[in-house]
Design a protein around this ligand. Structure first.
Ligand code: FMN
Ligand code: SF4
Ligand code: SF4
Length: 261
């Protein structure tokens, strides 16, 4: 078994690490980024069963993950894939969106899993929750993953969340259609304020190599997959995307470890 994931603030990484650890402690887990794409492709070729995990974005798959599937259509044939997504509140068919893409390329979809986690959008005050509430959400997500792993291991039954036709309609009309403009390509909307000191942390970690340091400041090249990794880690809170101000940076580690600021 192989796990592939994209994760901006750590939620999806946590969930797939936990599920994979319960299902197959020897399984390999790889983060998807432009820098290691060839390695990911090679591992997919070598494995029959794959868990593909990513955060829901407007009831859709992050563009980077869709782009990866489109650019590598021949690696999925015959693979058994569990599509897994994490979400802040509602995803409809967040898992189904990648399931349909993969099915078209010959994969067998063995299941869909949609897990509620803290919201990653830290530049919207509306989506901010108290720490205790996020901790409760994480606890419940962990319990759900344990229940699901038990059923898979005991009965071989995978969950079917988000991959049905009704789920497709709910995701499409509930959200995806209305936000289609935000999800049909890489974003050019990343904003970097004068607070940037050019430390380079964001450019080092961006999975899209979208950020570079120019004349002592970070600059976006317009190929952002909206993962919120840089936004949630910039020491100067200088980066925003959907909103205008960072209210409180979201990182999985912050909720589970009191010492992480
Ligand atoms: C651009 C963007 C769009 C999002 N859209 C949705 C959404 O449609 N529904 C939802 O429930 N959560 C949405 N979220 C929240 C994330 O899916 C959720 O916080 C996820 O667990 C983040 O995972 P990560 O830490 O692995 O990146 C969105 C987050 C971002 C950054
Ligand atoms: S992490 Fe923040 S301060 Fe550092 S270069 Fe990036 S935007 Fe600037
Ligand atoms: S620029 Fe920031 S939000 Fe966009 S893909 Fe890179 S790390 Fe993610």
């Amino acid at each position: 078994m192989l796990g592939i994931y994209r994760s901006g603030t750590g939620n999806t990484r946590h969930c797939i690490t936990k599920l994979l650890g319960l299902l197959d402690p020897d399984a390999e887990l790889l983060m998807l980024s432009l820098a290691n794409e060839n390695q990911v492709i090679e591992k997919i070729r070598q494995n029959d069963t794959i868990i593909l995990a990513y955060p829901t974005q407007f009831s859709n798959v992050p563009f980077m993950v869709r782009d990866f599937i489109h650019r590598n259509p021949d690696i999925w044939s015959g693979k058994k894939v569990l599509c897994m997504t994490t979400m802040g509140a509602f995803s409809g068919d967040g898992a189904g969106c990648s399931a349909r893409l993969l099915k078209k390329r010959g994969a067998e979809i063995i299941g869909g899993l949609q897990i509620r986690m803290p919201d990653a959008v830290c530049d919207s005050k509306l989506l901010k929750k108290p720490r205790e509430e996020n901790q409760k959400i994480i606890r419940e997500a962990g319990e759900k993953i344990e229940r699901i792993a038990k059923v898979i291991l005991k009965d071989g039954k995978y969950p079917k969340e988000g991959i049905s036709f009704p789920a497709h309609l709910i995701g499409l009309f509930g959200q995806r259609l209305w936000f289609y403009g935000k999800t049909n390509g890489y974003s050019k909307k990343l904003k970097i304020s004068d607070a940037c000191v050019g430390c380079g942390l964001c450019s080092k970690n961006c999975p899209m190599k979208n950020l570079k340091i120019q004349e002592g400041r970070a600059v976006s090249k317009g190929r952002c997959t909206m993962c919120y990794q840089c936004i949630s880690t910039c020491p100067k809170q200088a980066i925003t995307l959907l909103g205008k101000e960072v209210w409180e940076q979201c990182r999985f580690e912050k909720y589970v470890n009191q010492n992480v600021k």
